[in-house]
Design a protein around this ligand. Structure first.
Ligand code: FAD
Length: 277
């Protein structure tokens, strides 16, 4: 069986930028992804419209499978029911069920504390395929790996069909994580999240947010090329391609590419690796 290639995109911040997402999708569609997932800002239900509009576009106009990200930490049961109803109307059957990152000053959900609460709830709302997040370097709030894997096993047992991982820069972390999942009896497919880094600012912001560590080999690249945009882009792409080649050689089930809405980057990765899938 060949490995899958999928993309993550995010809704543009300003409504006026909606056309840019159309151009992004025009280009991504040519790369024949297995699916495209659309993020959803955890701030509340007002963010759902853009996510659903784009996911629907992906599915209904571009005829490509789409995944709706759904963070629950600032939503209540009624919000989730109305979002799922809208998904049903648009034919969107695949949900990435997330807790979400807590936004300061926003009221916390009365109904959902963890992604597992949301997953159990979605299971009762209809026939959805449920995806969830996993962390090869453990989630940054978890005390240790044993605790995080125990929570992950519980989450999967609530009804997860597939796991998508957080980005990581050291494949050894992913392989060790997979071993831990095997030992814990987590048997659902796990797709590896890869982010091509094209500038130093981007990587510092992201690693601060999700806690991914930067291996020495990659830190040297960042240090050497940070002042040279073109060289940084080439080196970042080469690093991501190297990661993907190694993952595919080691029989990963799929690569989920964090595209950052940059289809030219996705295309360069696709061109360098598509015969390996
Ligand atoms: P959970 O699985 O609920 O875990 C959160 C923490 O709680 C972990 O430390 C876990 O160990 C702990 N925990 C879980 N269950 C229990 C329990 N029963 N008792 C005690 N502790 C427990 N965020 C967004 O806002 N929007 C997005 O679109 C988005 N997309 C993402 C896509 C991917 C592929 C990934 C990997 C992350 C994404 N995130 C997104 C970020 C995600 O919401 C955050 O990482 C968030 O902090 C955790 O979400 P989760 O669903 O993994 O949480």
């Amino acid at each position: 069986m060949s490995a899958s290639l999928s993309f993550e995109i995010f809704p543009p911040r300003k409504d006026a930028d909606f056309q840019t997402i159309i151009r992004t999708l025009d280009e991504l569609r040519d790369l024949s992804p297995n699916f495209i997932s659309v993020t959803f800002g955890a701030g509340g239900s007002a963010n759902s419209k853009k996510t659903l509009d784009i996911a629907s576009l992906v599915k209904n106009k571009y005829q490509t499978s789409s995944i709706v990200h759904l963070p629950c930490i600032h939503l209540n049961k009624n919000d989730i029911i109305s979002i799922l109803d809208e998904c049903k109307k648009q034919g969107l059957k695949k949900i990435l069920a997330l807790r979400g990152d807590i936004v300061p000053d926003k009221p916390i959900s009365r109904d959902f504390k963890y992604a597992s609460d949301l997953i159990s709830f979605i299971k009762k709302q209809g026939d959805f395929e449920i995806y969830a997040a996993a962390y090869p370097e453990k989630h940054n709030e978890a005390r240790d790996f044993v605790e995080d894997i125990r929570h992950l096993k519980f989450k999967v047992d609530c009804g997860v069909d597939l796991l998508l991982t957080q980005l990581f820069f050291d494949n050894e972390d992913f392989y060790k994580f997979k071993e831990k999942c095997d030992i814990a009896g987590i048997k659902v497919p796990i797709l590896a999240g890869v982010m091509p880094v094209t500038n130093k600012r981007q990587v510092l912001k992201i690693t601060q947010m999700c806690g991914a560590k930067i291996p020495t080999k990659f830190a040297k690249i960042l240090h050497k090329y940070e002042q040279n945009d073109e060289a940084m882009k080439d080196a970042g792409l080469a690093y991501a391609i190297d990661q993907i080649v190694d993952l595919l050689t080691n029989d990963v089930l799929g690569i989920h590419l964090y595209t950052m809405n940059k289809p030219n980057i996705a295309r360069r990765i696709y061109e360098a690796t598509h015969t390996l899938f």
